[in-house]
Design a protein around this ligand. Structure first.
Ligand SMILES: *Cc1c(COP(=O)(O)O)cnc(C)c1O
Length: 372
């Protein structure tokens, strides 16, 4: 196995789920999004660990991601959060994946495919209450719910919406989310009042789990907090979380260079004095964004050292200073659970969010699953 690897601390995943459970009533179901290869952590092991820790549902972004879970013998309900293309319908029906639906045309297509397969396909009606992405309007919801529940080949297994600013403490955003939740609750009630069972009502992403106890409904869909990061740094103190992924590598070489020696492409950095330069076998193709240098420091043996010069596709260099106890083959941590800095701190250097940092860790970086 190569020296650069992503260690996945499954015990931290279990810890995070148990902290999330403290925020919700005991009968609230938990759907863990494992889309994008479980935010880069590896969909199958994460799905299994999450289900063992009490999750009842999983969620994916593409039919293919759902099929991958089924092939690993995962039998739990799998929500498909995005709209499916007609090409994906066969797989959805064959593998009993539960798609979000929002229009008559796709509902009819799914119904025809379910009928042909002699199956009753569960679907969730997605209502757009303010995300502006997918979903029917609240006004259309009742008629679509009726359309689904009248169809013998479909089951209205759930009703869902999504919250774009549930992780923001700003007053205007709180007001926006409050209005969304009210609108969603009223729309679901109109479905119930018409004698139609809305199925498992679900809205809550990570932000709403932390800020809106009344957004739990029947099931929450927390992603980033399961993986150990807050959706927004301003929510610090709302929950105790432990990062699940640790991105580490080892020093491939150390050399002493003279003052004025340039390092890496573009000669953007030159040694200000005689110093020790370590080469790490990790680069932007592994997910270490080129824009992280200058700025990122990696942790080696309890101290932090700056990446210097441009990050290359497969390698980068670190300045160890004039004298250093660091040796060739020592491990270097890019991000991970404390005492290392988190993917959220790496994200802030790039002006992005931790989601993008863990998702960016390339498939060629082996994932190593540990319990402790
Ligand atoms: C990804 C996703 C989630 C999880 O969001 P987090 O911010 O990671 O908690 C929930 N619901 C939908 C529809 C999503 O696409």
């Amino acid at each position: 196995m190569r020296a650069t690897r992503a260690i996945i601390h499954l015990d931290n995943l279990v810890f995070n789920i148990s902290e999330i459970k403290k925020k919700i009533p005991a009968n609230t179901r938990i759907c863990v999004p494992v889309k994008a290869d479980a935010y880069g952590h590896g969909a199958i092991p994460i799905a299994k660990a999450a289900l063992a820790a009490g999750a009842t549902h999983l969620a994916v972004a593409t039919a293919q991601e759902g099929v991958e879970l089924r092939r690993a013998d995962i039998g739990a309900p799998i929500l498909l959060l995005g709209l499916c293309s007609p090409d994906e319908i066969g797989e959805i029906v064959a593998h009993d994946i539960t798609p979000f639906v929002a229009d008559r045309e796709s509902i009819s297509e799914l119904s025809r495919a379910a009928k042909a397969a002699k199956k009753r396909l569960p679907v969730h009606l997605k209502i757009d209450t303010g995300m502006g992405r997918i979903g029917c309007t609240p006004d259309e919801a009742l008629s679509l719910a009726r359309y689904i529940s009248d169809d013998a080949c479909l089951e209205l297994a759930g009703t869902a919406t999504h919250l774009p600013v549930s992780d923001s403490p700003e007053a205007a955003h709180r007001e926006f989310t409050r209005r969304q939740l009210d609108l969603f609750a009223r729309t679901v009630n109109s479905i119930r009042d018409a004698g139609i069972d809305p199925g498992i009502v679900n809205a809550g992403n990570s932000g709403s789990v932390l800020l809106y106890p009344d957004a739990h409904f029947d099931m929450i869909r927390p992603g980033i907090i399961v993986y150990g990061y807050l959706p927004d740094p301003r929510l610090a103190g709302t929950i105790d979380l432990r990062p699940v992924m640790e991105l580490e590598t080892e020093i491939a070489a150390i050399k002493r260079v003279a003052a004025g020696t340039p390092i890496s492409y573009g000669l953007t950095w030159t040694a200000p004095g005689e110093t020790l330069i370590a080469t790490l076998p990790i680069g932007y193709a592994d997910g270490l964004a080129r824009a992280l240098s200058p700025g990122l420091r990696v942790r080696i043996g309890g101290a932090e050292y700056p990446i210097v010069g441009r990050i290359c596709m497969d390698q980068c260099m670190v300045d160890l200073g004039h004298d250093s106890p660091v040796r060739r083959r020592d491990r270097a941590t890019v991000f991970g659970p404390r005492p290392a800095r988190g993917a959220d701190e790496v994200a802030s250097i790039l002006g992005t969010i931790p989601y993008e940092i863990t998702c960016a860790v390339n498939k060629r970086v082996p994932r190593v699953y540990v319990e402790g």
